[in-house]
Design a protein. Structure first.
Length: 290
């Protein structure tokens, strides 16, 4: 009888709890929207920003050249980082202690030193290696290591250290039993790696690699400190002449947001394509059922 009397009380409390949660969500959402609207109103009514200039500079030739150089730098550094990162990951997972130490030292240095320090290092490398060559043939390092090459080396080597750890983590995450099963079936090490290990590791490696590519795109703006003509540098050069600082920073921000949005959409569909067709999440079982 006690159980029968308790049930109406619990049922009567459920709707009130639900209503309390809904009203709380509506209240917090309204506060957040009001805060955003107030901020947009304050920024929009600012007399210090010439909003009409922003669309005009979005398609400015120098800005477009900066966008193209940013994309080229990002793509080149990512490809270089992925290739070198794969090599370093194979060295780190090998049985050779010398290769392991070299890979660990590379990752320790290029992942530990701040990126801006690496950029300045490569840009000023001629201070202690003024020239290179063999015999009578020599070439000045200042002629060889241009700002573009210095930025590429800094970004690419830094990315290689990060990608090495991502790829190594993906390879190690594959269960050792997979290798043993492949060996039992008579597969060679190369066949095991490309047909058993890599397909499984790729699903683990791709998501953080996409994040690294988007991060690389934004990190490429740091090459402006050495005068490389990327998107941010071009925006700085323009606002140094016309003093439209905020407007040009908005232009650069819009381009960065547009590119990262496209990259994020591409990453989403790439990750989706790696999920085997027909695989669905297993439904949780009710407690106490077999």
């Amino acid at each position: 009888m006690a159980l029968f009397q308790a049930s109406p009380i619990s049922l009567s409390l459920a709707p009130s709890v639900g209503r309390t949660m809904r009203w709380g969500q509506i209240a917090t959402g309204a506060i957040a929207i009001s805060a955003l609207a107030f901020f947009a109103l304050v920024v929009g009514q600012s007399q210090s920003i010439q909003w009409s200039e922003i669309p005009r500079y979005l398609a400015d030739p120098s800005i477009l050249r900066g966008v193209l150089l940013t994309l080229e730098l990002t793509a080149g550094a990512m490809v270089f980082g992925i290739v070198l990162g794969c090599l370093l990951a194979l060295m780190a997972t090998s049985q050779n202690p010398v290769l392991k130490v070299i890979a660990a030292g590379f990752v320790w240095w290029f992942r530990g030193v701040p990126l801006i320090v690496q950029i300045f290092f490569w840009f000023n490398i001629a201070l202690f290696i003024p020239q290179v060559g063999m015999g009578s043939f020599t070439i000045s390092i200042n002629d060889l290591v241009t700002p573009a090459l210095a930025g590429f080396l800094a970004l690419g080597l830094h990315e290689a250290a990060n990608m090495s750890e991502i790829i190594r983590g993906g390879l190690v995450a594959v269960d050792r039993g997979q290798r043993e099963a492949a060996t039992a079936l008579g597969l060679k090490k190369t066949q095991t790696f490309f047909t058993v290990i890599m397909p499984q590791a790729t699903r683990i490696i791709v998501p953080p690699t996409g994040n690294q590519a988007i991060g690389m795109l934004k990190a490429s703006a740091i090459v402006s400190v050495i005068g490389m003509q990327d998107l941010l540098t071009q925006a700085q050069a323009i606002y140094a002449r016309n003093f439209l600082v905020i407007e040009l920073l908005f232009v650069a921000s819009i381009w960065y947001l547009a590119i990262t949005t496209v990259a994020s959409i591409g990453q989403h569909y790439l990750e989706k394509s790696l999920v085997p067709k027909g695989r669905t999440a297993e439904k949780p079982r009710a407690p106490g059922r077999a």
